[in-house]
Design a protein around this ligand. Structure first.
Ligand code: AQP
Length: 332
């Protein structure tokens, strides 16, 4: 069976981008079709200025939302990254495999380091090394497939490069993974700024639909989405990014093709109304289930405890093997 790994960072409330780009496929496809692990990757949330109490709250909320979205612990492994030491152990070996040049080339590093400097904060070293930790997340489980949004393509590419390099230098140790992306809505854009990704840690709350937004808030955000000049509806990502984003969202929410959806509309108003309705309906069961699960945190804790135990059992032999391969004296 194919092994699948993916994760979500508790840097903010989960968004429609996270859901359409990643979580929905984990729920509908990956947990059935593969041997899958899904993680709240909390160590990755420490790479920029953070508030400890907030990260703690958001980690619990993200785990609860993954279950509310439909991940079933009887089918897949759901856990928190920091509960499994193997990620950090392996990350160091991979730091000894990567070069600083290849990490400085990462687009996210370039963007976020500029932001951190502009805010007068130092750039944390972990912001540079974060893709290496992500490679460790993936390689520790002999992962074949990494279902992610388009924005993570470059990081999974690095994980592949490191796996190949390590195997060549020290003998076959890691499975070489590959990224998979959804056919539609692999990159959901900010409703207020269709040139930038809808990211949960971004400032513009008005352009971001959160999974836990009330229906009237979702409607307001979609109805106020920035559209392009012109008024006819056409699917043209380059010249009409705002409308194309709405078409992507509506198509993904209703399992259709964006270009076919475009043909059904002649005005932006009705496109926005239908998109808003589709998103409200898509998120309704997630919000309802979240409310139930949030009332029973002990149940979520149990899932995470058992998930971490299973994950540890899978990662430990792989990481031990890597320690031996790289030349470290085994502890007896
Ligand atoms: N806008 C998006 N469209 C499609 N997929 C997306 N993903 C994130 N945003 C979109 C995918 O969701 C999974 C988890 O994402 P994440 O937690 O790594 O990133 P984020 O929500 O983008 O969080 P941040 O903190 O705001 O990060 P940056 O600064 O990186 O944007 C991933 O599979 C991701 O591809």
């Amino acid at each position: 069976r194919t092994r699948t790994f993916s994760g979500v960072k508790p840097t903010g409330h989960l968004t429609l981008g996270n859901y359409l780009g990643a979580v929905r496929r984990w729920v509908e496809v990956d947990q059935y079709a593969s041997d899958a692990l899904f993680s709240v990757v909390d160590l990755h949330a420490l790479t920029v200025e953070h508030d400890p109490a907030r990260i703690l709250r958001l980690s619990r909320q993200a785990a609860t939302l993954l279950l509310a979205s439909g991940l079933d612990p009887a089918l897949c492994t759901v856990y928190v990254q920091s509960h499994v030491d193997e990620h950090a152990r392996l990350s160091y070996l991979l730091e000894c495999t990567a070069t600083d040049g290849e990490l400085r080339r990462m687009i996210q590093y370039k963007e976020k380091s500029v932001r951190a400097r502009a805010a007068g904060d130092g750039v944390r070293l972990s912001l540079l090394t974060y893709p290496v930790l992500m490679a460790a997340d993936i390689l520790a489980y002999e992962t074949d497939e990494v279902p992610v949004g388009e924005d993570q393509r470059q990081h999974v590419e690095l994980a592949r490069d490191l796996a190949v390099r390590f195997n060549q230098r020290y003998g076959h140790t890691f499975t070489v993974p590959r990224a998979t992306h959804p056919a539609v809505a692999a990159r959901v854009m900010d409703l207020q700024d269709p040139s930038s990704k809808m990211g949960k840690s971004h400032e513009s709350g008005a352009g971001i639909v959160y999974l836990l937004d009330e229906p009237d808030v979702v409607r307001k955000k979609v109805m106020r989405a920035v559209t392009d000049s012109g008024s006819d509806v056409a699917y043209d990502k380059e010249n009409r990014p705002g409308v194309a984003n709405l078409l992507d969202i509506l198509a993904a929410a209703t399992d259709r093709e964006p270009a076919a959806v475009a043909e059904e509309y002649t005005s932006y108003g009705s496109l926005k109304r239908d998109t808003a309705d589709a998103v409200v309906e898509l998120l309704r069961p997630v919000r309802e289930r979240h409310a139930e699960l949030a009332a029973d945190p002990a149940q979520v804790d149990k899932v995470l405890r058992e998930g971490a135990e299973r994950a540890r059992g899978m990662a430990r032999p792989v990481v031990d093997r890597a320690y031996r391969a790289i030349g470290l004296l085994p502890a007896v």
